[in-house]
Design a protein around this ligand. Structure first.
Ligand SMILES: *Cc1c(COP(=O)(O)O)cnc(C)c1O
Length: 385
């Protein structure tokens, strides 16, 4: 029998959300002065969990520092995972989210990989909606601008043993951001390297866990010293026959559009979700658009989610069959790729008639913007009233 002293092991319930408003609202920067991830809105969402009681009541509180025990296992063993999503202001001044449930479902998958507790994704999404409504004034009201949302889960369990955490904190902070491209697309060059590996079969490449990102910074620096903007991550094939599969780029999924070697038909190639690739929501949206959107379908492109090697990419460039290439993710939507460096050789990738971005890159970019900013009704865009 339950008594007043026994709380039911509970899941998140948005109806119990408590809101504590800030007494000291901050000054907002002019939109043109925003730098990614450096300024934050007035409030944040916090939901604690412990193994005895489950998820506690959600709280929206004034933005501020967290107090953490120095033995918290997030700080020692990387028990941390996160999401990246955005809130937009549409033409009628209303706030919108883009496929937010996909982010919370993916966050649950990341939690499960780290033996951290799952949560009711819909209830947490409702709490996030409240945070966005409350800090709506922080969403810059200009196309291309948005409020970047960073849901995060950390293990706050203060024990140095390596074990599943018995205490966890989920929080969401929000940062106003400008468009990735202020004056049109800037194509980037990628460095494909054998030296570093981001993910491998059985690893954590398909989850957004903090441990995937810190070790990539060194490779990123070396890419920069070679005049490349990002690393094209390669993973040795499981057959161990020396094949190096292309996986993804920095924190973006990668697409190549080329003429198929046999048929000559335009074919959009991207790595499959084999456990080493982050299942990007932008990736998924682009695949769905190319397969189903009436306008984009007219381009007659065949889609292939399959393993492909760096050698295949280089050969395609050498044969003159490469049409265009782009990376994709929430931050930039799409980023045109105009070159790849592999084993000190540069392979130039066409970047459309204007030398900036190809037709598919442009089509996908404008379609996504149109959906995200509510210029057309679409089930992916969630309107907050
Ligand atoms: C976040 C991320 C992406 C892009 O995912 P979206 O859901 O499209 O933002 C791609 N690759 C990696 C490694 C990432 O961390």
């Amino acid at each position: 029998m339950l008594t007043a002293f026994h709380r039911l092991y509970s899941d998140v319930n948005a109806a119990n959300l408590k809101v504590q408003l800030t007494h000291t609202p901050k000054e907002k920067l002019a939109p043109e002065n925003l730098t990614f991830g450096t300024t934050f809105s007035d409030h944040m969402l916090e939901i604690d969990w412990d193994a005895k009681d489950g998820w506690h009541d959600p709280h929206i509180v004034p933005f501020g520092n967290l107090e953490l025990h120095p033995a918290s296992s997030a700080l020692h063993y990387g028990l941390e995972c996160f999401e990246g999503m955005k809130a937009y202001i549409d033409g009628e001044g209303k706030a919108r989210l883009f496929r937010p449930m996909d982010n919370f479902n993916r966050l649950n998958d990341s939690c499960a990989r780290l033996c951290m507790p799952k949560f009711n994704a819909k209830e947490v999404e409702k709490c996030l909606e409240e945070l966005v409504r409350l800090d709506k004034g922080w969403i810059p009201n200009k196309e291309g601008y948005s409020l970047y949302l960073r849901p995060t889960v950390i293990a706050t369990h203060p024990i140095l043993g390596i074990a599943p955490a018995a205490r966890v904190k989920l929080f969401v902070i929000a940062s106003p951001v400008g468009p990735y491209y202020k004056d049109g697309f800037k194509p980037i060059k990628l460095w494909a390297t054998k030296e570093y590996v981001r993910a491998f079969p059985g690893g954590t490449g398909n989850t957004k866990v903090g441990g995937n990102y810190g070790p990539g910074i060194l490779a990123q620096q070396q890419a920069a010293s070679r005049g490349c903007s990002q690393v094209l991550w390669l993973t040795p094939g499981t057959q161990c026959n020396g094949d190096l599969f292309c996986t993804e780029v920095g924190a973006m999924n990668q697409f190549f559009l080329w003429k198929d070697k046999k048929t000559g038909k335009p074919t959009l190639v991207t790595a499959p979700l084999d456990g080493t690739i982050l299942p990007g929501i932008t990736r998924r949206s682009i695949l769905e658009l190319v397969r189903e959107d009436p306008e984009i379908k007219k381009m007659g492109i065949t889609v292939e989610e399959r393993h492909y090697t760096i050698q295949e990419v280089c050969d395609t460039v050498k044969d003159g069959r490469m049409i265009e290439a782009f990376g994709c993710g929430t931050a930039a939507i799409v980023t045109p790729v105009n070159g790849i460096q592999f084993e000190d050789v540069d392979y130039a990738i066409p970047a459309g008639k204007d030398g900036v971005a190809g037709d598919l890159t442009n089509a996908v970019y404008h379609k996504m913007l149109s959906i995200q900013y509510g210029k057309e009704a679409h089930p992916w865009s969630v309107l907050l009233d």
